[in-house]
Design a protein around this ligand. Structure first.
Ligand code: EPU
Length: 339
């Protein structure tokens, strides 16, 4: 394990913005973390753990140590009627989905093609098409930066919420996830509750979809809607879908009859941020190096040479116009690094 200096982060973030890390290290096994701890490397203030860099926007160079989690390995074993799948934090999330789908292990096929790594998945409780990680999550193993020891977090410990967990809140910056364990099933019924999946299955004439069919269809929907980060830099949804109270919802719906929403728990509503942004005229707009995606206004894109700051400034303008028009303040889902 070698600590490198002045490393470009361009290939380590899916926005493809160029920022330089003062120091950079790849972690390929858990012992590497212990070694860094013993060398006092985690005592410094500027420390950034990086998975796939798919949910990060670098607005400037990083004056500190970037630790790239690259521990690999996937295995499974039977646990009663279920299969426990263990995956190391540095695995690419979609590679794990493929491993499971190919073996007929159901539960994460709806999460096909979500960018990022396995270790980052619990942090924001990744979700798509009616499924969230928490639905199949058993536990994860995490390294505590303060003590240099490993701890296991079970599902209840993680306090999962919509794009949220304890690792984003109370324990932010305290642990780094090195492994996750999921409980999957060969008997699970595919979840096709999300309208877009049903429509796509019907279009293909599939009546009794297999896990593989669902994965294929979800991949096709995503590819149709979202830009491929290997050609157009982006970080998926840039903002969260705002959750509003019944009162706010009633006010909005009387002014904007077409508003797109989902019921969210008791007396709350989740609004489609993509719709709000589109209504403000941003969808598909290209402004120099930056813009929003033509098929999904919630996705901000780098058209080639954008700096992180340019993307950030666009996001500020979008927040302002949505606030002015709807009185709703959008929150970023993407982490902004470097201010
Ligand atoms: N819509 C518009 N205009 C747009 C985009 C969306 O009007 O430009 C409306 C449409 O009515 C559409 C609805 O918003 O049907 C919802 O859009 P979509 O199905 O694309 O889902 P989303 O709410 O925008 C969320 C997640 C995605 C996830 C999809 C599918 C968030 C912030 N985003 O997007 O996750 O893939 O659902 O389940 O929750 C991500 O987190 O990076 C991500 C891509």
């Amino acid at each position: 394990m070698e600590i490198l200096r002045e490393v470009s982060l361009k290939t380590y973030n899916t926005f493809g913005v160029d920022a330089v890390a003062e120091q950079f290290v790849h972690i390929e096994k858990e012992e590497d973390l212990v070694q860094l701890f013993q060398a006092g490397r985690f005592e410094q203030n500027s420390l950034l753990f990086l998975g796939g860099g798919s949910n990060m926007l670098f607005v400037g160079d990083y004056a500190g140590l970037v630790v790239r989690m690259a521990i690999k390995g996937i295995q499974h074993r039977w646990r009663g009627d279920l299969i426990e799948v263990q995956a190391a934090g540095g695995e690419v999330w979609h590679d794990l989905v493929t491993y499971c789908v190919d073996k007929g292990f159901g539960g994460i096929e709806n999460l096909s093609l979500i960018p990022g790594t396995v270790g980052a998945a619990p942090v924001q409780n990744i979700g798509a098409y009616g499924v969230e990680l928490q639905d199949v999550f058993y536990n994860c193993r995490a390294f505590e930066l303060e003590t240099g020891t490993f701890k296991t977090f079970y599902k209840e410990d993680c306090r999962f919420g919509y794009r949220d967990s304890i690792f984003k809140g109370e324990l932010k910056g305290k642990y780094i996830i090195t492994e996750i364990n999921l409980l999957l099933s060969t008997q699970s019924k595919p979840n096709t509750t999300y309208g877009a999946i049903n429509a796509e299955l019907a279009a293909r004439g599939i009546v009794q979809p297999t896990i593989k069919d669902v994965s294929t269809v979800v991949s096709a929907i995503r590819q149709g809607k979202l830009p491929d980060p290997s050609t157009i830099g982006n970080a998926g949804s840039f903002f969260k879908n705002p959750v509003v109270s019944e009162d706010t919802f009633r006010r909005l719906v009387s002014d904007f009859v077409d508003i797109v929403y989902y019921r969210f728990g008791n007396n709350q509503y989740k609004l489609a941020a993509g719709w709000l942004i589109e209504q403000c005229g941003w969808k598909g707009k290209v402004m120099g190096n930056v813009g929003t995606w033509k098929n999904q206004a919630l996705v901000l894109v780098n058209h080639g040479k954008a700096t992180g700051l340019e993307i950030y400034e666009l996001s500020e303008r979008i927040i302002e116009s949505v606030k002015n028009r709807f009185g709703i303040r959008l929150e970023r889902e993407v982490n902004v690094i470097g201010f």
